[in-house]
Design a protein around this ligand. Structure first.
Ligand code: MN
Length: 507
């Protein structure tokens, strides 16, 4: 079973792609893949990416990601051809004629996803809706779209910064949550980490440095625990054990830090040790051995094997007081569960060495229920507002803990749940936060402390003569940023007020 690749596969030429394909699927019909490449190459002839490279490098790299996920030939070919109808003189019919119904329909699905006509909230809903429609029809389309998006993110530097920001934000708001909901942990992590620096550049730097220093400081220690764990398990007679360290994805670490007052000492899974053992019984045996050696922290033993997460994730987790009192998290799973944790729903199209090519039904997947709901939703709901409300009612947890509200111009602002117009104002601009006086939510004047909901359009009126924020706002603001700015301003105001009484005095 392939272990997680930390570096994404690279293909600069068709030979690189063929090599990756053969590594994972020795029986693939590489002639068809070469044919598709030649067609794409000719169709995109003369077109350049913003980076200055020939356009087809993008098609090739999209296909390479799919190949490295061990996905079948038809998906790789659809990856090669995904931009042909959109950007060249060839049509979907041309693709269909040359490469057949199945590939034609995937390419058509991807092409439809690409066309968005609205802006602002309308665009957001349209986008979401198109993703759901594509998903209900053929999940493979979404998987190809993820690969396409991942390469676009990797080449964002070549785009004007406003456009880069929009694409990265859309990835964090729509693509990554859907990847997560489909159990595609590795894809979700990669999409988020590639977007992070464009949406929150300062926070990205901060998280990156924090993660790096902390990991470096712990490297030797973890090496020691890793070796000891391996010895313990083999002494207990558990065969074919693999233990490796896994560093938490940066964006997910950042989100967790925000929930824990930015205190890295409270993040126990910054570095986790992953134990891969042959069977489910071995998983529980390994857990027993770890608990027999080190004391587990209360409330942190999680049996996601008996009770998988809604997205299908299954493993045993425990956090223990390890040697020298250091806190270490362990994640225990079988190779099959490991593969499912990385690839989620995509695992069902993967090449399986023991059985040959598979094309399993998705009906019995943990994600199947959610996809069924999406299908029903798509067929029932025609209008966009109703769509948004129904999503809310279904409590689809893809946007758990976050809300998305809109400026009057239609820009999307992403806030923690129960945020208020004051939080919103501080996100727009510190001065707007400091001087906000009235808020309109969906065109109605509402108190500044009103909790906002996803889809609200928020407008802030400022009072320029206002000295600074009202300390009472601290009672209801939800974002750390707003809280710190209000405190800061309150101090400044107090200082200048006092200094007014001091002879010549700055305080
Ligand atoms: Mn593309």
């Amino acid at each position: 079973m392939a272990v997680m690749q930390t570096e994404a596969a690279r293909a600069k030429t068709i030979e690189d792609l063929i090599r990756i394909v053969k590594e994972h699927d020795p029986q693939a019909n590489t002639e068809r893949i070469r044919e598709a490449f030649a067609f794409a190459d000719q169709a995109h002839e003369g077109q350049m990416r913003a980076s200055g490279e020939p356009y087809v490098t993008h098609s090739l790299q999209t296909a390479a990601y799919l190949a490295s996920m061990r996905l079948p030939e038809n998906m790789i070919i659809a990856g090669l051809l995904h931009d042909v109808p959109e950007d060249t003189t060839y049509t979907i019919e041309d693709v269909q004629e040359r490469f057949g119904e199945d590939i034609g329909s995937m390419v058509s699905g991807i092409t439809k996803l690409g066309r968005l006509k609205y802006r602002g909230i309308e665009r957001y809903i349209e986008n979401l809706r198109k993703m759901f429609i594509a998903m209900a029809q053929d999940i493979r389309v979404i998987i190809i779209k993820f690969a396409d998006r991942f390469h676009n993110l990797e080449t964002l530097d070549a785009l004007p910064s406003k456009k880069a920001y929009r694409i990265a934000l859309e990835t964090l708001q729509i693509f990554a949550p859907i990847a997560n909901r489909l159990g595609m942990g590795e894809m979700k992590g990669r999409l988020e980490d590639a977007s992070f620096q464009y949406v929150y550049p300062k926070e990205y730097e901060w998280t990156m440095n924090l993660s790096k220093t902390t990991r470096e400081g712990k490297r030797e220690y973890l090496q020691h625990v890793l070796g000891k764990t391996q010895d313990l398990l083999s002494q207990a007679g558990i065969q074919n054990v693999e233990v490796h360290g896994r560093a938490k994805h940066l964006y997910s670490l950042y989100r967790k830090l925000l929930r824990h007052d930015r205190d890295i000492a409270r993040i126990y899974d910054l570095m986790a040790l992953r134990i891969i053992v042959p069977s489910i019984a071995d998983c529980y045996a390994a857990l027993g051995i770890i608990h027999g050696t080190w004391t587990p922290l209360k409330g942190r033993i999680k049996d996601y094997i008996a009770q998988p997460k809604p997205n299908g994730y299954a493993s045993l987790h425990t956090t223990v007081f390890c040697d020298e009192g250091e806190i270490v998290e362990f994640q225990i799973r079988t190779p099959e569960l490991h593969n499912l944790a990385e690839y989620g729903i995509a695992a069902h199209w993967q090449y399986d060495e023991s059985k040959g090519q598979t094309s399993m039904s998705t009906e019995h997947l943990p994600h199947a229920e959610w996809i069924k709901q999406i299908r029903e939703l798509n067929s029932e709901v025609a209008n966009t507002n109703q769509y948004m409300n129904t999503l809310e009612e279904m409590k689809i947890d893809i946007f758990k803990d976050r809300i998305f509200v809109f400026t009057p111009k239609g820009d999307v602002i992403d806030l923690p749940e129960d945020s208020t117009p004051v939080d919103f104002a501080y996100v727009i601009h510190t001065e707007i936060g400091n001087k906000c006086s009235t808020a309109k939510v969906n065109d109605r004047i509402e108190p500044l402390g009103t909790p906002l909901k996803s889809g609200d359009v928020v407008e802030i009126m400022v009072d320029k003569s206002r000295k600074g924020p009202n300390p009472d706002w601290l009672k209801f603001v939800k974002t750390r940023y707003a809280r710190s700015k209000i405190r800061q301003q309150a101090q400044v105001t107090l200082k200048s007020w006092i200094s007014g009484f001091m002879p010549g005095g700055d305080v």
